[in-house]
Design a protein around this ligand. Structure first.
Ligand SMILES: NC(=O)c1ccc[n+]([C@@H]2O[C@H](COP(=O)([O-])OP(=O)(O)OC[C@H]3O[C@@H](n4cnc5c(N)ncnc54)[C@H](O)[C@@H]3O)[C@@H](O)[C@H]2O)c1
Length: 311
């Protein structure tokens, strides 16, 4: 259980649910952790600073709480500074903080959309932006030995960002953006040996509890999800942050209890050549012939994962 000894991690949204399980796993594997969590309600409307303080207290010295919102400018930099000052470095950044403000596209408020993106995506970019110069510098200084094999970024995403779900334009958009952020971070930091991956979790938390099923498949999803513990997600995140995962980067995973999934990523699946003078009928024929057999079904993530979880 010492695979993360010497590592310092920053976990946003680490005071509750899946984030808290990740912090517990990191500590159990020997890491020290800065937890940034504003203790907010699911919709991010009200914060409670006591949540992260109460969570961190039993860990003593190895967990440093920071009761701030990742959406606030300067907070990511302050969290990185806290890691450097308190623990003398930073090796791992996990973006787990997220809120939900659902609404069908034909009536959702733009300010709700913006707020979700500010917390779930721009807040995560702030963490990557603040942490990555430190991780690159670690590589130059050969922290932990040469080569530097400690630098890790994990974005906690959602299958909603891969499939879509009713009323989740903001949440799914932010999560899809987090997948792209992990890809770009993986590319930008590859030369420093720093990895970046995306992980879509499934676990019983207050968020799962808040799902309002839209159909039978979604009701089945909720009933199953409420039986899934967060620990397997946390174990996989710890694995991604361990030495053994040094060559694992730019990937999209999901963990649901005993099941661990690797996701494909969108790549062209069919190709047609159309002449400059092609008519709309020619286009339609090409689509019907070559593309229609490979169309992606219009199903939500909750429909796709309505199967009974293995726990
Ligand atoms: N539970 C699931 O099955 C599930 C499914 C898909 C994705 N996820 C993702 O997993 C992550 C954790 O979800 P969870 O179910 O544990 O949720 P949760 O609500 O229990 O935990 C989220 C934590 O983030 C914190 N937070 C919210 N806004 C913040 C902000 N602005 N700054 C700092 N902290 C903030 C909250 O206070 C809370 O402690 C989220 O990214 C969520 O989107 C969860």
């Amino acid at each position: 259980m010492n695979e993360l000894a010497g590592r310092v991690a920053l976990v946003t949204g680490g005071a509750r649910g899946i984030g808290a399980a990740i912090v517990r796993s990191f500590v159990a594997h020997g890491a020290r952790v800065v937890v940034v969590d504003d203790g907010s309600t699911i919709d991010g409307s009200t914060a409670d600073r006591t949540v992260v303080e109460a969570f961190a207290e039993p860990f003593g010295e190895v967990v440093a709480p920071m009761a701030r919102s990742v959406a606030e400018p300067g907070v990511a930099d302050a969290a990185v500074a806290l890691a450097l000052e308190r623990y003398g470095g930073l090796d791992i950044a996990v973006n787990c903080a997220a809120i939900l403000r659902d609404g069908f596209v034909f009536k959702a408020a733009t300010e709700d959309y913006e707020h979700v993106l500010r917390v779930n995506l721009i807040g995560a970019f702030g963490v990557v932006r603040a942490a990555s110069p430190v991780l690159r510098d670690n590589a130059k200084r050969e922290r932990g030995g040469a080569p530097y094999t400690w630098g890790r970024i994990v974005n906690i995403v959602s299958t909603a960002g891969l499939y879509g779900n009713y009323g989740q334009a903001a949440y799914a958009g932010a999560k899809a953006g987090l997948v792209a952020l992990a890809r770009v971070a993986a590319l930008d930091l590859a030369r420093s040996g720093v990895t970046a991956n995306a992980l879509a979790p499934f676990a019983a938390t207050r968020v799962t509890d808040s799902i309002v099923p839209q159909n039978e498949a979604q009701a089945a999803y909720k009933a199953g999800a409420l039986r899934v513990p967060a620990e397997p997600v946390a174990r996989f995140v710890s694995y991604l942050c361990s030495e053994r995962a040094q060559r694992v980067t730019g990937q999209v995973f999901a963990v649901r209890g005993a099941e661990t999934f690797l996701f494909s990523q969108p790549r062209p699946v069919a190709r047609e050549l159309l002449a400059p003078d092609a008519s709309l009928d020619d286009v339609a024929d090409a689509v019907d012939r070559s593309f229609a057999p490979s169309f992606t079904p219009l199903e939500t993530d909750l429909d796709a994962f309505a199967t009974e979880p293995v726990v």
